[in-house]
Design a protein around this ligand. Structure first.
Ligand SMILES: Cc1ncc(COP(=O)(O)O)c(C=O)c1O
Length: 418
């Protein structure tokens, strides 16, 4: 009989296999100090391009004060229990009302985390005869949700509206055959890796041909896109056609938690049927008060979004001028595409960190195809033009070294904490 533990330690998985050389440096690095565009990594100050602190709220004095005051007043215990049983409060309901209004929706429901929240909401929404039609590059939380649901799922090629229509027609045929069920389309407002917006306007136009409901995960659009910061739907002029709008608080809000907004009847249905909230303790009060403050600042300080975009465009235009491929981003997420193996990519990142004092994240095989490297740069409103210029210079110099084969090696550098 095979022992499960024995099998696991024979293969630590695609990234875990590198852990002995990578832990604490390439994986599980520790950024220290106040959150901002500069932080400490292994004792050295670095310009940081890895945090989704888009609007710089993480360390905003009003946010820090609201968090601290709420922690002192309430502690982390209150309220005790799940919302449905004993864990509800006026402030939880106020945050839901304010989020709904911000998204131009009737109602909203809070969730403790984005990942488990959206999974559980999809589980609550979909029955055995329903069909989910979804974008191939949806975030892991959506893909994982689809492994749970009993209904059918048809994937369409990333942001390919023609293929989406094809899958919708297939889904409709299946529903006709079953004589039961409906269609839920799931996509993202902004795809977090490549930075391209979901084609929400074109997808919502398909409602004229096939009846469906649309759920959009707008984790990266919330606060960064649209006139008021309401996200990708507002940006593209189709917010009303999004039936269910979802965002985590982990990005622009620099916090913990998430929400889904939509018609009052459906949000109420979710409220009474979402297992991750019914069977879990509600968000502690400091999170709720802290999130109310963050939302107030997003509404009242449009200059934060303006500064974010000024920085994002300076970074993106600078990279393009220097001949870098930044793909199809039309959000602030800034990918930089290069060619190279995992070993080269890690040597290059090490050079950027140690010699240029720039901290950024890379994505390599098996997350993306072999031989490709993506740097994922996240500008924030905290960054300065000087930091952008230093980063552009570092990228030019290290790219020249990559092209000259200077990072080639058979092993990833051994940088683990010993
Ligand atoms: C698109 C998207 N959806 C959902 C989540 C999960 O949110 P959370 O961190 O609140 O669990 C993330 C990452 O944070 C994300 O990028």
């Amino acid at each position: 009989m095979a022992d499960i533990f024995e099998r696991l330690i024979k293969n630590y998985g695609p990234i875990g296999q590198y852990r002995e050389r990578a832990h604490g440096y390439f994986a599980f690095p520790k950024l220290e100090g106040e959150i901002g565009s500069k932080m400490k990594f292994r004792g050295q100050e670095m310009i940081v391009w890895s945090l989704n602190n888009y609007l710089g709220l993480a360390n905003h004095p009003e946010v820090r004060k609201a968090d601290a005051d709420a922690s002192a007043k309430y502690g982390l215990a209150l309220p005790m229990g799940a919302r449905m049983m004993s864990g509800n409060s006026d402030l939880h309901e106020q945050l839901e009302r304010e989020l709904a209004a911000f998204e131009f929706k009737e109602d909203a429901i809070l969730m403790n985390y984005g990942y488990q929240g959206i999974m559980s909401a999809i589980d609550a929404l979909c029955g055995r005869h329903d069909v989910v039609v979804y974008d191939a590059e949806c975030h892991a939380c959506i893909i994982d949700a689809l492994r749970m649901i009993p209904g059918h799922r048809f994937v369409y090629k990333h942001n390919d509206v023609e293929d989406c229509e094809k899958q919708l027609i297939r889904a409709q045929a299946l529903i006709d055959k079953q004589a039961s069920g409906g269609i839920l389309v799931i996509t993202e407002g902004v795809f977090g890796m490549a930075g391209d917006q979901g084609k929400l306007k074109e997808i919502t136009a398909l409602k004229k041909k096939v009846a469906f409901r649309l759920l959009v995960d707008d984790a990266h659009g919330f606060g960064t896109l649209g006139k008021t910061g309401a996200g990708a739907g507002e940006e593209q002029g189709c917010q009303d056609e999004i039936d269910l709008y979802f965002s985590t608080f982990a990005k622009s809000m620099a916090s913990i938690g998430a929400f889904m907004a939509g018609p009052r009847t459906i949000i109420d249905y979710i409220r009474y049927n979402i297992r991750s909230q019914i069977f879990a303790k509600s968000l502690p009060m400091p999170y709720v008060v802290g999130n109310l403050k963050r939302l107030e600042l997003i509404r009242s300080k449009p200059e934060l979004k303006a500064k974010l975009w000024k920085n994002a465009l300076a970074l993106q235009n600078g990279l393009k001028e220097k001949g870098f491929d930044i793909g199809k981003t039309d959000s602030v997420v800034t990918p930089v595409y290069m060619k190279g193996g995992v070993e080269e990519a890690t040597a290059m990142v090490m050079d950027i960190r140690e010699n240029y004092k720039i901290f950024c994240s890379i994505v390599v095989y098996p997350v993306i195809p072999k031989g490709h490297i993506i740097y994922r740069l996240i500008p924030t409103s905290d960054h300065t033009q000087e930091e952008i210029d230093l980063t552009l210079k570092a990228f030019s110099e290290t790219k020249a070294k990559l092209d000259a084969g200077r990072y080639q090696s058979d092993l990833i550098p051994d940088m683990a904490n010993k």
